[in-house]
Design a protein. Structure first.
Length: 278
């Protein structure tokens, strides 16, 4: 299981639970969503490792993954992924509602079939559209509480949608040779750096704007704007630093700053939600 993916899952699910509840969410729904979501993420990652076992062996960054290294057989990994999928959907169906369950199933399908099988090796925009699966925890968390999806849920979904390309393209710049060796057409592998930088700028600015819209429509405290504006300026500063450098160090800083941005923004939303229903 990719622990960083699970970490980001938890970071983005919690604000959705708190905002949808207008305060502290039910313990039952919170635990069901976090446990079920973690199992679904684990299932998706396990299926991904099965499908990409050959290319993982070619990349230094992924060659030590359990299936690629031979630590776990493909058949055992498949059984493991299938069981995780089943248990995850059962948890959501019993403890939340049908909408959250369907969205969870859709997230697994989008990641495994849409991204891993269809898009990843066919287009340099793979992470843009395949990244939709990574945005789904927001909708799942919101649906688990309300059995519906509001404009705030969709706006937070878009924050992560626009956040995903700069995050993964920064990583792809750092590991460009790995992706090239594996034949994966990540944007930094197949496009000039000028094009990569321009697209990172576009998605970063869009992310900042949609972050503001999320705060506005969620009707949380005005003070949330202060850390968000500061955070946005610092993030865009790192994007600008990448624009003036060919260095993998600049890409590495942007990658880590993207995690900081999403973490702090999500925490701010949780804190703001606590004041919606004091």
């Amino acid at each position: 299981m990719k622990l960083r993916v699970v970490e980001l899952l938890l970071i983005t699910t919690l604000p959705a639970l708190f905002l949808a509840s207008k305060g502290v969410p039910s313990l039952k729904i919170t635990l069901a969503t976090l446990i079920g979501g973690t199992l679904a993420a684990g299932a998706s990652n396990a299926f991904n490792m099965i499908i990409e076992v050959d290319s993982d062996k070619l990349m230094a960054r992924t060659s030590k993954r359990p299936v690629a290294s031979g630590e776990i057989s493909v058949s055992n990994a498949f059984y493991f992924a299938s069981v995780l999928t089943f248990v995850s959907l059962v948890i959501f169906s019993i403890f939340t509602n049908i909408l959250a369950t369907v969205l969870t199933g859709a997230a697994i399908v989008i990641y495994v079939f849409g991204y891993t099988i269809v898009l990843k090796r066919r287009t340099d925009q793979n992470i843009v559209w395949g990244g939709i699966a990574g945005c789904m925890p927001v909708l799942i968390g919101w649906a688990a509480v309300t059995n519906s999806l509001s404009i705030t849920a969709w706006l937070f979904f878009l924050v992560i949608f626009f956040w995903t390309p700069p995050h993964f393209w920064a990583l792809a710049i750092k590991y460009k040779d790995d992706y090239s060796a594996a034949g994966i057409p990540m944007l930094p592998v197949v496009a000039p750096m000028k094009s990569v930088r321009n697209q990172i700028w576009f998605h970063s600015v869009a992310m900042v704007l949609v972050s503001g819209a999320t705060i506005y429509f969620s009707k949380i405290g005005w003070w949330i704007w202060i850390p968000t504006i500061i955070l946005s300026l610092l993030f865009l500063k790192e994007v600008k630093a990448l624009s003036g450098s060919e260095s993998t160090k600049a890409a590495g800083r942007l990658f880590h700053w993207s995690i900081t941005y999403l973490s702090v923004f999500s925490l701010a939303l949780v804190i703001g939600a606590l004041f919606l229903n004091p």
